[in-house]
Design a protein around this ligand. Structure first.
Ligand code: PLP
Length: 485
């Protein structure tokens, strides 16, 4: 067998991959012919012997202890824990996608390249940007990549701008990414309505402003009403605008960062577009830019020759370089492509409309029982404050969250954002039924009642979980990773 024949994928026509693996007759290889004799084992490795059935039972038992969207409601604000259609998992497993190798010649992966090229364009259209890189492997990685592009842009103009402005309602990764990218961060206070304080912004910008990073809708679930004014103030000072689009579940098909005046945006495909997430990965955080930043994009991007064939565009002399091995998390890109193509523009808009509707429905039903610091219309998520329960009954938001475990729910995000006392941040997503939303609301109302009638019941929760309250600070600071118990 000629090795180069083993992985040839025949293209019937562009975009269609006819997949065939010729039979392999791998020749016996004498190890000493390929490995230096000094490195060869003389005895077999002492690997542990375990029965297959015991391994299966062990991992099945562990998986049962996990909580995920597939076994219950998971209204974790800012995280978009929504149901991911299983059919997109099947698409990611198509052999033409799953069995190709990054080192294959371009002509043998035209279908995969076309998929990436189309996804680049679809995400550009969705965000109002001119070009997109699919390489970054997470939201925070996209932020860092975007900031490196901003740095390269300013440097190409001979400007060494050093400061990145970040509102106090932004996601914690924003100041972290700015710091890792070598910028100094300037925190901007929100006004009483949870919006960027325009006067404070005017004071903060100057000749050293590299960029403003904005999460919109922000982590209070509010859309920045004066977004165009914000853009103007930053641009007038010579800074660029970075849009944290991790939470695009509220705006898809309705509003575009590019139209709001933004120069760079990242998306979290693993939140919005059909990849299950949690526990630190894997993810995909594509970055879209306006054309003035396009020369700096990580290379390669996927290009299209005039003859209709696709290629890795490596000829980008001003590129910041590669930010991820090969071409990012390919399987996640396939899922996003399948998701976008299944829903289409109308369907994506509907996703956002229902996500926003669900959040507003929950906020209004819960308003009589919890403090609502920012009443009005929210986007895909909203915040409550448990300060009324704390002052009246000594029951804190953490206690409410622990009690929710007994009802079979993953608790919402708590104590974030930091500018809301006893914060509870709820994101229902569009994929939950009204029955599920109502059952969760009823549980929250019941817990508020328990806090009044029997606070000890809530303070001692949870009762139904394998472990009770953990010392989370010690667990985070001194984790026991290798337990022989
Ligand atoms: C989740 C999130 C991020 C970070 O994304 P990761 O993939 O976890 O790095 C950034 N910004 C916002 C607003 C987010 O919700």
């Amino acid at each position: 067998m000629k090795p180069e024949k083993a992985l040839i994928f025949e293209l019937s026509r562009p975009g269609r991959i006819a997949y065939s693996l010729p039979e392999c007759d791998v020749p016996e290889v004498d190890p000493s012919a390929v490995i230096p004799v000094g490195h060869l084992r003389s005895e077999p490795a002492a690997l542990p012997e375990v029965y297959e059935v015991d391994v299966i039972r062990h991992y099945t038992e562990l998986s049962r202890r996990n909580f995920g969207v597939d076994n219950g409601f998971y209204p974790l604000g800012s995280c978009t824990m929504k149901y991911n259609p299983k059919i997109n998992e099947d698409v990611a497993k198509f052999p033409g996608f799953a069995k190709i190798h990054p080192y294959q010649p371009e002509e043998s992966i035209q279908g995969a390249l076309e998929m990436l090229y189309t996804l680049q364009n679809d995400l550009a259209a969705l965000t109002g940007m001119d070009q997109v890189t699919l390489q970054p492997a997470a939201g925070a990685h996209g932020e860092w990549t975007g900031l490196m592009l901003i740095r390269a842009y300013h440097e190409s103009r001979g400007e060494g701008r050093t400061k990145v402005i970040v509102p106090d309602s932004s996601h914690g990764t924003n100041p972290a990414s700015a710091t890792v990218a070598g910028f100094e961060t300037v925190t901007l206070p929100s006004d009483a309505r949870g919006m960027v304080d325009l006067e404070a912004l005017r004071q903060a910008v100057g000749p050293d402003t590299a960029a403003l990073m904005l999460t919109n809708p922000n982590t209070l679930g509010l859309f920045e009403e004066r977004i165009e004014d914000i853009a103007r103030i930053v641009h007038d000072a010579g800074g660029l605008l970075y849009y944290d689009g991790a939470n695009s579940n509220a705006i898809m098909g309705i509003a575009r960062p590019g139209d709001m005046g933004f120069d760079v945006v990242h998306l979290n495909l693993h939140k919005t577009m059909s990849t299950p997430h949690g526990g630190g990965g894997p993810g995909a955080g594509p970055v879209g830019v306006k054309s003035k930043l396009a020369p700096f994009l990580p290379k390669p991007v996927v290009g299209l020759h005039p003859d209709g064939t696709f290629y890795w565009d490596e000829d980008r002399p001003q590129s910041i370089g590669r930010v991820k091995s090969f071409y990012g998390n390919f399987g996640i890109l396939v899922r996003a492509y399948a998701y976008i193509r299944t829903y289409g523009p109308e369907g994506l808009r509907r996703v956002s409309e229902i996500a926003v509707l669900n959040a507003n429905y929950m906020m209004h039903r819960l308003a009589p029982y919890f403090d609502v610091p920012y009443p009005g219309v929210c986007k895909h998520e909203f915040v409550l404050s448990g300060k009324n329960l704390k002052s009246a009954y000594g029951v804190r938001t953490l206690d409410v969250a622990k009690r929710l475990l007994d009802f079979g729910y993953h608790p919402p995000t708590v104590y974030f954002p930091l500018n809301v006392e006893e914060c509870i941040m709820i994101e229902p997503t569009e994929t939950e039924s009204k029955e599920t939303l109502d059952a969760f609301i009823d549980a929250m109302i019941q817990i508020a009642g328990e806090a009044a009638s029997d606070p000890q019941l809530v303070l001692n929760a949870p009762y139904t979980t394998a472990v009770k309250r953990l010392d989370e600070a010690t667990a985070a600071r001194k984790p026991v990773l290798n337990c022989s118990c």
